[in-house]
Ligand binder design. Structure first.
Ligand SMILES: NC(=O)c1ccc[n+]([C@@H]2O[C@H](COP(=O)([O-])OP(=O)(O)OC[C@H]3O[C@@H](n4cnc5c(N)ncnc54)[C@H](O)[C@@H]3O)[C@@H](O)[C@H]2O)c1
Length: 284
């Protein structure tokens, strides 16, 4: 059901690669709620992905940009304003990439050139985007900028590797820039911390299937899907959240505040008993 929450609003959405991408679902939802959209991704992702299909479906313009390149970002913002005939109301940063994960380098054997690239693409790109937008006065007063993050920024999740550092930095940028942008232009900057989700980037997380099962059992409401994330982003882009800024907002079915759930405890104790009887050994 649509509520026209974004009627007349114009937004840029980064990071839709295929129909599993969270950004893809956000773009569909924002369109359904009345927004006009510019879609963007790297030239390589545009060649490999299926963004054309989405653009056609929601009548969006595609403007290529590597989010780690300031010139590309400035061009994207200028072209988007020309296309919309004015300033932008909302932006979604839905970008993540770890070179060390891709190259299967474990956390205690990182390649630091790769790590710098990971931080640049996954976190500093958010600063570059905000700084470019502010210099070009590209975002309307009371506009909203959201980036997607993960709870590994606060707590260690084995296998998330250097992306934990990238997400910590991303969330910090939202706070630091959120202060400046809020004070000067009444622009909101927030991060949404999403449940593990089966997407191309998600599959890079070591043991994602088990992690999905674990967090599903730990969360009283169950994992949040990409569609749930799209709903939350829509509210954050709307006028209903005008005083929410500099926050890291959990969209995770309650996972972040649970220590141990009954459902997870059951699985843990059952398999521990199996293990004990199988190997006939006490494990503590
Ligand atoms: N999938 C999960 O479990 C999960 C959980 C929490 C947060 N997130 C975050 O959600 C966001 C979206 O990821 P997703 O899960 O939808 O996966 P995805 O693979 O569909 O999206 C990642 C996107 O980043 C883009 N990208 C990579 N390098 C780029 C660059 N230099 N410039 C511009 N774009 C670039 C990719 O082309 C891709 O479209 C990421 O920030 C991710 O960390 C994902």
């Amino acid at each position: 059901m649509a509520y026209n929450l974004l009627k007349g609003k114009k937004g840029i959405i980064f990071g839709a690669l295929n129909d599993a991408s969270i950004a893809w679902k956000v773009a569909e939802k924002a369109h359904e709620e009345g927004a006009e959209i510019v879609l963007t991704n790297t030239p390589m992702a545009l060649r490999m992905g299926e963004l054309d299909k989405l653009a056609e479906k929601i009548n969006a313009k595609i403007i290529p940009a590597d989010a780690s390149n300031v010139e590309d970002l400035e061009n994207l913002l200028k072209e988007s304003m020309a296309h919309f005939g004015g300033q932008i109301d909302f932006i979604l940063h839905s970008i993540g990439m770890s070179l060390n994960v891709r190259k299967k380098r474990p956390y205690d054997d990182l390649n630091y050139d790769y790590m710098m690239k990971t931080l640049d693409i996954s976190a500093i790109s958010f600063h570059k985007l905000l700084q470019s937008a502010r210099k070009l006065d590209a975002i309307v007063e009371w506009g909203s900028v959201v980036a997607l993050t993960y709870i590994a920024a606060q707590r260690t999740f084995y296998g998330y590797n250097e992306m934990a550092e990238a997400k910590s930095m991303l969330e910090s940028i939202a706070r630091s820039f959120g202060y400046i942008y809020g004070r000067d232009k009444k622009i909101r900057v927030n991060t949404i911390s999403q449940s593990p989700t089966l997407t191309t980037a998600g599959q890079g997380i070591k043991g994602l299937t088990d992690l999905l099962d674990f967090s599903e059992r730990m969360s009283p409401l169950g994992n949040a899907s990409a569609e749930d994330c799209a709903d939350y982003c829509t509210v954050m882009f709307s006028d209903l959240t005008r005083k929410v800024t500099m926050q890291n907002l959990f969209n995770d079915g309650g996972f972040s505040n649970v220590g141990m759930s009954w459902r997870a405890m059951n699985v843990y104790s059952t398999s521990l008993d199996d293990l004990k009887s199988n190997i006939n050994k006490i494990i503590d």
